[in-house]
Design a protein around this ligand. Structure first.
Ligand SMILES: [Mn+2]
Length: 350
């Protein structure tokens, strides 16, 4: 009789085998398409922009593709090579619509749920173009003509790396492409502090550094380049707003629009703040509640088996990964926190 211990490995193999077929299909679709639109999710992070710019740089001068985001690229990523090629719905609505209208292939990167395209989800779903996806979030939508989706890969950028390696026989990954992928991997793993338990991530990084990536430069541009208002806002949140409850293993903070205004808040400023809440001893789950014009944005992080994807899905209209997820709340911050305090104990695990 077959040993049960062999089962997970076999499943891994099956997934890899399926991915090989999907990779071939994706390659075929990409190379035969005329007008391709690569898109990534709203509130873009380093992985979203990294995936887009990996393709932009890899095919630069070879194919004339379009790269789109629902929101502008955050300031801390604007140094990335070919960042000015990205169209967003705030700054380039006409060009962006034209790109969708003429597209015969749409490529979803770092998301599979079209809802994450926010203002662009309708134009994406109603398009007759073929649709493919490269992502590392739990699958909630699978109507793609080719799909490479895993949940245990560090980042979508790592999946893009594997895909481009498969495409690289006649055209190697250059320094700028490598820099985009490297930025996606280090931002989505908090500089290799989570979601990076697999050797494949490190093999990828070795090859990217060999392709010319300057790791110290990327680190400086991403993590040592903040406007001082952002640093002061961090100080304020940690000193005046953070509530830590080690007995119940959680920490959280909430911040209002008025407080954000005081620190000249810009999109992306609070990226990474939540890790300081999770850093505390005996804290297994951290939450941040950030007031916005039409809703409260909730970010959730956890350690180990404490599942914040489930918490976000069951209570906060969202989802993501086991240890990093987010959602939205359409009433006031007070009631969001009230609900959080009511249910949080059910999600804390050893
Ligand atoms: Mn990602």
């Amino acid at each position: 009789m077959q040993s049960l211990e062999l089962m997970p490995r076999m499943i891994d193999c099956m997934i890899e085998y399926q991915n090989n077929l999907q990779t071939l299909r994706l390659k075929e679709l990409l190379y035969s398409a005329k007008n391709v639109v690569f898109c990534s999710h709203s509130s873009p992070d380093g992985d979203a922009v990294g995936c887009l710019l990996a393709f932009a740089n890899f095919f630069d001068g070879i194919k004339n593709y379009s790269f789109v985001l629902p929101d502008p690229c955050p300031e801390f990523l604007r140094w990335m090579p070919l960042c000015d090629r990205i169209l967003d719905s705030h700054n380039n609505p006409a060009e962006l619509n034209k790109a969708f209208e003429t597209a015969d292939l749409l490529v979803a990167l770092d998301f599979n749920d079209p809802g994450r395209l926010k203002s662009l989800s309708e134009i994406f779903l109603s398009s007759n173009a073929l649709k493919v996806c490269i992502d590392h979030h739990p699958l909630v939508y699978d109507k793609y003509d080719a799909l490479i989706c895993t949940v245990n890969t560090s980042s979508a950028s790592e999946l893009v790396y594997q895909f481009l390696m498969d495409c690289s026989s006649d055209h190697p990954i250059d320094k700028n492409t490598a820099t985009a992928i490297y930025t996606g991997i280090i931002t989505d793993t908090g500089s290799l502090s989570f979601s990076c338990n697999h050797p494949s991530t490190y093999s990828a990084l070795v090859n990217l550094v060999n392709a010319g990536v300057d790791g110290a430069y990327v680190h400086t541009m991403v993590f040592d380049n903040y406007p001082c208002e952002r640093t002061k806002l961090l100080g304020y949140v940690l000193n005046d707003k953070l509530i830590v409850n080690p007995q119940r293993h959680f920490a959280y903070y909430a911040i209002s629009l008025e407080e954000l205004d005081r620190f000249a808040y810009r999109d992306g400023y609070m990226e990474g703040f939540i890790n300081y809440a999770l850093n505390n001893r005996n804290v297994k789950l951290a939450a941040s509640f950030v007031e916005q014009n039409d809703r409260v944005r909730i970010s959730l992080r956890s350690k180990g088996r404490t599942d914040v994807n489930k918490l976000a899905m069951e209570h906060f209209n969202g989802g993501g990964h086991v240890n990093a997820s987010g959602g939205s709340w359409y009433v006031d911050t007070g009631s969001a926190i009230e609900l959080f305090l009511e249910v949080v104990d059910n999600y804390i695990c050893d």
